[in-house]
Design a protein around this ligand. Structure first.
Ligand code: GSH
Length: 211
């Protein structure tokens, strides 16, 4: 039976889980969640995930939310992107936790405020503050990648897939690849990986659908 992933195209957190599934070689299918029409807040969806968030993965009897937990499950199940040792798994977890706290949460929020809220409701001060926090995160990532190809070890892992989650989206949120040469080269390495797909090619739903 194929793994199901509740998701929508605009969701960078879902993209991390979807790309991990896609590159794992496991059979999976997306289940569209109509986030922009409030489906995430519906009682039916809260039955699936009491946290009210996507992504949610269902594999047989197992239902799992949190992109990092899904990535850990999928990479371990398929062994394709999985850790080779306990040390490597911890190292991958460090980057996933850092990403979820410092990079993806800020990038996701800032992109939402700048693109998906009505123009007259976009809070300029909050956006500027978030962009300052994001600049600090880009600096850390760019420095880390100055002398290595991948965040952990010598191949693509879920650490890379977590941290790149929002950086492949086309909507502006203050991230310009050309400002960050080591991130830029790393993103190219990721997108050159056989089987890689851009967010709107991997999951249902996009701003174009709602235009
Ligand atoms: N740390 C979570 C974050 C998930 C998350 O915030 N998802 C967003 C969509 S990208 C969401 O469903 N938000 C609904 C809400 O905050 O109410 C993860 O990595 O899965």
């Amino acid at each position: 039976m194929s793994i199901k992933l509740y998701c929508f195209g605009e969701s960078g957190n879902s993209y991390k889980a979807a790309l991990t599934l896609e590159l794992s070689g496991l059979e999976w299918e997306p289940v569209f969640v109509d986030f922009f029409n409030g489906e995430g807040r519906s009682p039916e969806f809260r039955e699936i995930n009491s946290m009210g968030e996507v992504p949610v993965m269902v594999d047989g009897e197992l239902t799992l939310s949190q992109s990092g937990a899904i990535q850990d499950y999928v990479s371990t199940k398929s062994s394709k992107l999985g850790p080779h040792s306990a040390n490597e798994r911890r190292e991958i977890m460090r980057w996933i936790l850092w990403d979820n706290h410092k990079l993806s949460s800020m990038a996701g929020m800032t992109r939402f405020l700048m693109n998906f809220l009505p123009e007259d409701k976009r809070p300029a001060e909050v956006i500027t503050f978030n962009q300052g926090r994001l600049k600090a995160a880009y600096t850390i990532l760019n420095n880390e990648l100055a002398d290595k190809n991948w965040l952990v070890g010598s191949r693509l892992t879920t650490a890379d897939i977590a941290c790149c989650g929002y950086l492949f989206y086309p909507e502006p949120f203050g991230f310009d690849r050309s400002d960050w040469p080591h991130i830029d080269a790393w993103l190219t390495r990721i997108s050159d990986t056989p089987g890689w797909k851009a967010p709107y090619d991997l999951m249902p739903g996009s701003p174009a659908d709602r235009a």
